[in-house]
Structures are given as C-alpha cells and as structure tokens.
Design a protein around this ligand. Structure first.
Ligand code: GUN
Length: 285
C-alpha cells in the first residue's frame, strides 16, 4: 500500500502568520506614531539576491513595515558598508537591518555582520544572537531555522523526545536549526560532509531537516517510513528549482514533507517580518 504523505504548505502557513503580523504592525504603528522599519542592504547585482531582496521589500509593504533599500555597487569597500550599517544602527526609524548574502567579497562577510547592532540583527547572524540562541536566552533567531520549526509544528508533530537529524552544519541553517530543535527537547544529531554512515543515521530520523545544498541528495532509502521531512534546499538547475530531497520517491515514505518551491522558502521571509516586529517592539532593551 502506498503511504500518502501530507504536504506541508509553506505558502499557506506564511499567509496565516503574515495576517497576524499585519495586526501587530498596525498596533505598533498606532502606539509609536511610525511604522516598524527594515533596512535592506544589497551589494552588487547577483540575480538571485536581487529577487530575494525584492520579495522581502514587497512582503514588508504587505504587512505594514516600512522598508529602506540600500543598493550599493559591487565594488563598494568594506569600510563604506560598515559606515552605512553604523548610520542605520543609530537611525530610530530603523528597527531591523539585513545585509543580503552572499557579499561579492565573501571574506569580509563575518566582519561586516558583526557591525549590525544585535538589537537590529533580524537575520540572527550576529555572534551575540547566535550565542544567546545556544544558551536558550531571548534573542533574534535566524529566520530559515525559525521557519523550519513553525513548519514542523504546523503538521501537528510533537518534537519533544523525537530523534531529529539535521543534514548540514552551516551557520545560517544547520547549526541554529539544531539549537532550536534541542530547545524543543528533540534528541538532535547533526550530519555533514565528513559524517560516516550518514544514510543509517538519516534513516533513524523521526524528523529529518536537510540543508546540505545538493540537488536531490536525500533518496527514499535514507528515510524512515512515517518521518517528517523538511527540505531547505534551493538548487537551481537548467532554470528549475530543486530541493535537497528527491521529492517523488521520499514522499512515498514520509508522513509529512515540504515541497520545493512552496515549503521553507516563503517561511524565511515571514520569519524575517516576525523578527522585525519583535525588534521594533523590544527596542534597544
Ligand atoms: N542569503 C541567503 N539566505 C539569506 C538569509 O536568510 N539572509 C540574508 N541576509 N542573506 C541570505
């Protein structure tokens, strides 16, 4: 008998959360006499980044957040980017600051991100926020990982006590999602390119989060019947978008699975809007 998985609809969940955020944004505006504000910095002309930034700005407008877009030429030096960030840190109409990655010069990314005020770090990439996430303190958590947790919960899945396997150990997704799953009382295993027996470990997962950046890396033989599979992959190939999971065959075994596109993607922007409202409400406290 074929197992019929339930597809977790990230678009529908995003819409639901965004309508709640609209109410919060309006309440913030009413009590502060200004809209919550998000500044977005894009350096260079990477076409995927241009699309992401455009989508973020449109999403802000839809929920009632003011956006401030800063498009800088690709040859902009590190010091000029930092100067802009410092100005935005002191600008009271800006509650969140986002530097779209990758920067043309990847070697300066970490240094630049550390100049964003932790109170305005709506990406959750600053060491202070990453550290507070590790310690279980209040913080701005990274957007894609927060979206992953919301997607799992939306399926009605209990996370506590489950074996959650994360494939990928990036600072943006793998590490923070592992911390959030741990906070939800999962037993967490993080796998990466050097992991031995990755297939066996993945096959033991009740919850499998895949963020390895390799097209259709996870195949049906790596998945337990009844698992919840969250695919963070966004691999462009011949003009088409592919996940890190071979959807057609894995969906035969999973109880719940996210599609690509339409799964994790829309949730990343929604959690960015959520963090912006949270940062605005919290201020520099
Ligand atoms: N590039 C790819 N994903 C992200 C993200 O979540 N935030 C930023 N700032 N850049 C990205």
């Amino acid at each position: 008998m074929t197992n019929r998985p339930k597809i977790i609809d990230g678009k529908a969940l995003s819409q639901k959360i965004r309508s709640e955020l609209k109410t919060k944004a309006a309440a913030f505006e009413a009590s502060h006499n200004r809209k919550a504000g998000l500044a977005v910095i894009l350096v260079g002309e990477d076409s995927a980044s241009q699309i992401y930034v455009r989508n973020k700005i449109t999403a802000c407008e839809e929920v009632g957040i003011r956006s401030f877009a800063h498009y800088l030429p690709k040859e902009t030096g590190k010091d000029d980017i930092i100067e802009l960030i410092e100005a935005l840190n002191s600008d009271n109409s800006v509650d969140g600051i986002l530097v779209q990655l990758p920067l043309p010069d990847k070697s300066v990314e970490n240094e630049i991100l550390e100049h964003v005020s932790p109170f305005k770090d709506v990406d959750g990439f600053h060491a202070v926020n990453a550290g507070n996430l590790l310690l279980g303190n209040q913080c701005l958590a990274a957007c894609t990982p927060s979206g992953v947790i919301e997607l799992i919960k939306s399926a009605g899945t209990e996370i506590s006590g489950k074996h959650a396997v994360v494939i990928g150990r990036s600072n943006i997704v793998g590490k923070p999602v592992a911390m959030l799953l741990l906070q939800e009382n999962a037993t967490v295993t993080v796998c990466h390119s050097k992991t031995r027996n990755l297939k066996d470990i993945a096959k033991d997962a009740d919850i499998l989060v895949v963020a390895i950046g390799k097209k259709e890396f996870v195949t049906a033989d790596m998945v337990k019947v009844g698992a919840v599979v969250i695919d963070v992959g966004m691999n462009r190939h011949d003009g088409k978008l592919y996940g890190d999971v071979k959807f057609d065959e894995v969906s035969e075994k999973a109880a719940f699975i996210t599609p690509v596109p339409g799964g994790v993607g829309p949730m990343t922007i929604t959690m960015l809007l959520n963090n912006t409202i949270k940062a605005a409400e919290r201020g520099s406290k």
